[in-house]
Design a protein around this ligand. Structure first.
Ligand SMILES: [Zn+2]
Length: 169
């Protein structure tokens, strides 16, 4: 199987941002100012805003991506590779999959993810991404043509059999 092909599915920055936002909402965003957990997404600022006190929380704030300037897509590429290879994943390989020029920011990034995200968290992150993909597919925003490789399409369609089973009942 072409592994780099699968990474291509995660290379879409817009989808990655959407999936990361969804992942955070699933986990629950807590306001640093008043402790409220009620937030809405402020599209124009690309930030969460607290319903109770209007305090804003950036998408990276309080997460493993805080302080990093690397694209969100790298996060999903890394998590996908980590879920397959575990902590044996090398920096060389991660670099190859991202196509990023510099070693150093990737090194710090990958080490942080290795330490902070356990198996359960990794699978939650990946299923959030695949939910977003399937949703877009159903809405016709992406098509099979978007993903030329079979392995990529399998990922997009990962959710479909389940849906069909529910419908058949
Ligand atoms: Zn608040």
């Amino acid at each position: 199987m072409n592994l780099q092909g699968v990474s291509y599915v995660y290379k879409n920055e817009e989808l990655s941002i959407e999936a990361f936002k969804e992942y955070r909402l699933n986990k629950g965003v807590v306001c640093k100012k008043c402790g409220s957990q009620h937030h809405y997404w402020l599209m124009s600022k690309q930030q969460f805003q607290c319903v109770d006190c209007r305090f804003r929380t950036t998408l990276r704030s309080g997460t493993v991506l805080q302080g990093s300037k690397l694209p969100y897509s790298y996060f999903f590429i890394a998590v996908n590779l980590l879920s397959k290879q575990g902590n044996r994943l090398t920096l060389d390989e991660f670099q190859k999959h991202t196509g990023h020029k510099y070693y150093e920011p990737l090194w710090e990034f990958l080490n942080k993810l290795k330490i902070k995200l356990d198996e359960q968290e990794r699978s939650l992150i990946l299923s959030t991404y695949s939910d977003i993909l399937s949703k877009r597919f159903r809405l016709g925003l992406i098509t099979d043509n978007t993903f030329p490789l079979k392995a990529e399409r399998q990922l997009v369609h990962a959710e479909q059999p389940q849906l069909e089973r529910v419908a058949a009942r």
